[in-house]
Design a protein around this ligand. Structure first.
Ligand SMILES: C[S@@+](CC[C@H](N)C(=O)[O-])C[C@H]1O[C@@H](n2cnc3c(N)ncnc32)[C@H](O)[C@@H]1O
Length: 274
């Protein structure tokens, strides 16, 4: 494993990333991504590497401006009786969720994990500029990370569920159970398709028409918007994530719909007895 250490920030580029770059490059051609398995890890890494240029604006647009509120609501679902809990921000992107973690646990020891090198590079800058390099940043795959067992008291993740299919969601739940200490809490939040037919029609119109149009004004390549629409459409109401977490016997799982079904949180506790 290649690793470089920069202040408090650890930036791991695992050997498998180097192997991938040798033998199967993350796809940079957006058109090729549209025709490939959209859940393939290299497709997802390539998508977010490209999207890192426009991600912040995009995220606000895709969540109808609710992204910050929903992150905050998810952070409020976490609990810990420690004053300085170890908290993991999973699928951390550029570190958009860190402010909410510190709002919830001001003395938290925060780590973040994301597998897109470009998103991680942005998060390193944010860490240095806004968080005094307090956050330990990992570039790794959440489905097979090298983080040790039982290393966190809480895990938060915003908008990272939609790019996992059903099978990957089951692996994700297993990893969450592995990484959390007994009694630790977790909370995920993701944008979903609302069940009400009128809202749903408006939502689809918004995603198919308004978002790409706004996107064209912000960035040049609308392919990424089409990709996100595909993920969100496949993700539906998020019930397969809920089912994957509920099926894991080490996790006590709950789920909640937000703003008439426009987002869903999956949250709960790592059980204490196995
Ligand atoms: C939509 S962004 C969310 C970023 C941030 N959490 C936020 O609140 O805006 C999803 C992130 O999940 C990351 N991601 C997706 N699958 C992953 C995996 N298997 N391992 C690590 N990161 C992953 C992507 O690279 C991307 O940065």
């Amino acid at each position: 494993m290649f690793s470089s250490h920069d202040g408090n920030t650890q930036f791991f580029i695992e050997s498998r990333f180097l192997q991938h770059s040798k033998h199967s490059q993350p796809k940079n051609d957006a058109t090729e991504v549209l025709t490939s398995d959209i859940y393939d890890r290299n497709s997802v890494i390539g998508l977010f590497d490209r999207m890192s240029r426009s991600y912040e604006r995009m995220n606000i647009i895709l969540s109808f401006g609710f992204s910050t509120l929903w992150r905050r609501q998810a952070a409020q679902m976490l609990h810990s009786n420690k004053t300085a809990p170890d908290v993991l921000d999973a699928m951390s992107g550029m570190g958009e969720t860190w402010a909410e973690i510190y709002r919830r646990f001001p003395k938290a020891k925060v780590s973040s994990l994301d597998f897109s090198p470009a998103m991680v590079a942005h998060s390193k800058t944010r860490n240095e500029k806004r968080f005094a390099s307090q956050v330990t940043v990992h570039c790794d795959d959440m489905l097979e990370s090298r983080l040790p067992d039982a290393s966190f008291d809480a895990l938060l993740s915003a908008y990272g569920l939609k790019t996992f299919n059903e099978e990957q969601s089951a692996v994700l739940a297993t990893e969450v159970a592995r990484l959390l200490r007994p009694g630790a809490s977790f909370a995920f939040i993701e944008v979903t398709e609302p069940p009400n037919p009128v809202l749903r029609a408006l939502y689809l119109f918004y995603l198919r028409t308004v978002v790409p149009a706004v996107g064209l004004l912000c960035i040049t390549d609308p392919t990424e918007y089409r990709m996100l629409h595909r993920y969100l459409h496949n993700y539906g109401d998020g019930s397969y994530s809920v089912a994957a977490f509920e099926a894991n016997p080490l996790l006590e799982t709950h789920s909640k719909s937000h703003f008439f079904g426009c987002a869903r949180s999956v949250y709960g506790t790592r059980v204490t007895a196995e």
